[in-house]
Design a protein. Structure first.
Ligand SMILES: Cc1cc2nc3c(=O)[nH]c(=O)nc-3n(C[C@H](O)[C@H](O)[C@H](O)COP(=O)(O)OP(=O)(O)OC[C@H]3O[C@@H](n4cnc5c(N)ncnc54)[C@H](O)[C@@H]3O)c2cc1C
Length: 413
């Protein structure tokens, strides 16, 4: 069956936060259809830590120095994992690319920060204007350390690109967050950052888009029909949907889909894990980051701790490593006492879409009407709103300093 949109305009593929907020941004001026896998939990946007972190976040962990790579390969790094078979079979070419683009990562931090600050404002505005029920809180984020050397080393590193940070002594950290253990050495407070429930955000955005008249099709795009340098339609479940423009926002699954039309996309998965404990009455005042392990601890309104972290380099569809759920509990218990006594009620794993230079890929491909909007790695929730805005500007042929910086052409696609 051949379906034609009445006022054919933009077909967005991927219903994670990037696809959803892009649909939201385009809705006023375009006729939008959004296609997404019906299994919402498959999206990285579902179970992430929920931090909107323009100050705290760096897009990628530092895995590039020779010694850090060796530590990762030998399994000595507790929270960055690399499966050996994967290294040999799949990751090797990506790794070469990563090393090639290593120096660009530092430059990326400034660009990301500028994007993230604007994006955080946009996100908050949408949440307020649209009255989204997502448990949004602008409390700031407290990153804490238990080891003096790690604390001092990280402050130096962070201040290189953020400028002066808000350092807190052990007693100030505990005063700010009484659930912390007394072994905390010190912390950094990121006062502009906020957090929300990402699963609630996905659901409320889907409902909002539907109310605004956007058609959401649950399905999996298998490939495209192309004619010369244009995409004509997307093929899924025996249907074909025609459109003028296509936006692929499939996160870590983007390379697999676009390989069908011979685009080699340099996005790899940095898989992360999340656990939810049983609920307790005591309340965290703000999200806490365990500095040594980059594990985020927040708390749902119902009282469950949500613990997220790990960076596992492997294919999105590989089997989960169940031991990593317990690792999250074990390491976060070093910072908050109560966690060791709690049960894990839910476990989730998702794939961060990462690029070798730490910048997202947002721009046209060699197909003149196909835009990629992906590759946000650890900051996709934070950067989704500005990504939607940039996609709109691309479609409207406007000027933006971000076009060149984020363009897929930097990888010679
Ligand atoms: C543990 C963890 C913690 C994180 N914490 C944070 C955080 O605190 N703050 C932050 O900013 N970021 C965080 N991130 C990163 C963030 O979650 C991601 O960068 C972001 O969700 C990526 O969004 P996306 O829309 O690009 O991809 P996704 O959310 O993965 O969505 C892609 C969607 O496309 C669908 N899809 C794939 N292929 C097809 C196809 N062929 N046809 C149709 N649909 C398809 C998928 O099913 C999925 O629904 C975290 C990630 C993890 C894993």
């Amino acid at each position: 069956m051949l379906l034609k949109m009445e006022k054919t305009e933009v077909l967005i593929i991927g219903g994670g936060i990037v696809g959803l907020l892009t649909a939201y941004m385009l809705n006023k001026n375009y006729n939008v259809i959004l296609i997404s896998d019906g299994n919402l939990k498959k999206a990285a946007s579902w179970g992430n830590a929920g931090l909107i972190a323009p100050s705290f976040g760096a897009p990628m962990p530092n895995i590039f120095g020779f010694s850090s790579l060796i530590r990762i390969i030998l399994g000595l790094n507790k929270v960055i994992k690399l499966r050996f078979v994967f290294l040999l079979k799949k990751f090797y070419p990506d790794m070469v690319m990563l090393i090639k683009f290593k120096d660009k990562l530092v430059n990326s931090l400034n660009i990301i920060r500028e994007m993230a600050l604007e994006s955080a404002k946009l996100t908050e505005k949408i949440i307020i204007e649209e009255k989204l029920d997502v448990d949004f809180k602008r409390t700031g984020i407290l990153e804490v350390y238990i080891n003096k050397a790690n604390f001092e080393e990280d402050i130096k590193e962070i201040e290189k690109y953020l400028g002066k940070v808000n350092v807190r002594s052990a007693s100030e950290c505990i005063e700010e967050e009484p659930l912390l253990k007394r072994n905390i050495y010190g912390g950094i407070f990121y006062e502009d950052d906020s957090w929300l429930d990402p699963a609630k955000l996905m659901i409320s955005l889907r409902n909002l888009l539907t109310r605004k008249g956007i058609k959401i099709v649950n399905g999996n795009v298998k490939s495209f029909r192309t004619l010369k340098d244009k995409v004509i339609s997307a093929k899924l479940n025996g249907e074909e949907i025609l459109a003028d423009n296509f936006v692929v926002a499939c996160g870590a699954y983007t390379p697999k889909l676009l390989a069908n039309i011979n685009l080699k996309i340099p996005i790899f998965a940095g898989r992360g894990y999340t656990v939810l404990t049983n609920p307790i009455l005591k309340k965290l005042r703000k999200p806490v980051i365990c500095g040594e392990y980059r594990i985020a601890i927040s708390q749902r309104v119902q009282g469950n701790f949500k613990i997220s972290g790990i960076f596992e380099l492997t294919k999105p569809e590989d089997k989960e490593d169940k031991s990593l759920y317990n690792l999250l509990k074990e390491k976060s218990s070093l910072y908050i006492d109560t966690i060791s006594e709690l049960n894990l009620e839910e476990r989730w794993m998702g794939s961060r879409p990462c690029t070798p230079d730490g910048l997202p890929l947002v721009g046209y491909t060699t197909y003149k009407n196909l835009i990629i909007a992906s590759g946000h790695c650890r900051l996709g929730l934070t950067l989704a709103a500005i990504t939607g805005k940039i996609v709109k500007e691309l479609l409207e042929d406007k000027e933006s300093k971000f076009f060149n910086l984020l363009s897929p052409s930097r990888f010679k696609l």
